[in-house]
Design a binder for this molecule. Structure first.
Ligand SMILES: O=C(O)CCC(=O)C(=O)O
Length: 297
């Protein structure tokens, strides 16, 4: 179902409460079969390519998926009419299991999540069944309003910090949920939402959500298999904000991504034009920085 067929106020309220939304059957089975073969072609043209070596807008076979109105309209319901793309997108093509572990993707984020917004989202276009198969996404519901509990966040309860103290109310976990994604579904979550990929579903208790820390100890014979090669298209958009500035700066300065940015070219006029028609603003910081790092001076 597309966002335009839904009660958008309710979708937004759900996102604000839970830190994610799951839109069912946004893409039909013929589209998904086509997307899967595009990803498989890219992945198998490079034996190591479990993920894209550049970004999805720069890759002609993925661009039209990321710029599909059904995705952009849903993102605009959450972020508002001005949405910014900054080069953060890829696919996953996993033939086996990948890494797991609860984490947040919000970078350079020192504000208290219980009282501030973080208008950057990640989306996943799901191409398999994860209701009766393993390999889906798990989230902690409502955790976009909680801190990730660790040594540095606990310190900020008691000691002064340039970013201030954190409220005790922000130290909550949120219920763990295995998202019931099926082929054609679109999930969108806040970069502040605690999540983990490659969720394990048990044959005996498929609805049970196990902490990712323990999933690796589950005997294979107890787990439901994956529904074929795990193919997901991931993208990220933000609304103009200080958070977005911090996130982009952090991404641009992270030298571990330089090689990836060198393969991005979403400043090509055709892409710029397509984005302008779709109301997507572009930021080129990551590419500019990696190009500067290659120049002789
Ligand atoms: O592979 C997945 O399902 C999750 C990926 C992930 O954790 C991320 O994008 O931060």
């Amino acid at each position: 179902m597309t966002i335009n067929e839904m009660d958008t106020a309710e979708v937004l309220a759900n996102y604000q409460r839970d830190g994610y939304i799951l839109l069912k059957k946004v893409f039909d089975s013929a589209e998904i079969a086509d997307f899967k073969s595009r990803i498989a072609n890219l992945a198998t043209s490079d034996a190591e390519a479990v993920s894209l070596q550049g970004d999805a807008l720069s890759e002609v076979s993925l661009r039209s998926i990321l710029l599909d109105d059904r995705i952009l309209d849903a993102v605009k319901v959450i972020l508002g009419p001005r949405i910014v793309y900054f080069g953060d997108s890829s696919y996953r093509y996993d033939l086996g299991e990948g890494s797991r572990g609860y984490h947040k993707d919000s970078l350079d984020d020192f504000e208290d999540p219980s009282s501030t917004e973080y208008p950057i989202v990640r989306l996943g276009v799901y191409m398999q069944d994860h209701v009766s198969h393993s390999g889906g996404l798990k989230v902690r519901r409502g955790s976009h309003k909680h801190v990730f509990i660790g040594r540095s966040s606990l310190k900020r309860l008691f000691s002064p910090n340039p970013h201030g103290f954190l409220k005790l109310a922000s130290f909550r976990l949120g219920r763990s949920i295995n998202l019931d994604t099926e082929a054609g579904d679109l999930a969108i979550w806040s970069l502040r939402t605690i999540h983990s990929g490659h969720a394990v579903r048990l044959k005996m208790f498929p609805k049970l959500c196990i902490n990712p820390r323990f999933e690796k100890y589950i005997p294979k014979a107890w787990a439901l298999p994956y529904d074929g090669p795990r193919s997901i298209l991931f993208g990220a958009f933000g609304a103009p904000s200080e958070c977005l500035e911090g996130y982009i700066k952090n991404r641009a300065e992270d030298s571990s991504n330089r090689e990836r940015w060198k393969r991005s070219h979403y400043d090509d006029p055709a892409i710029v034009d397509a984005c302008s028609q779709k109301g997507v603003e572009l930021r080129f910081d990551v590419m500019e920085l990696s190009r500067k790092s290659q120049s002789p001076d």
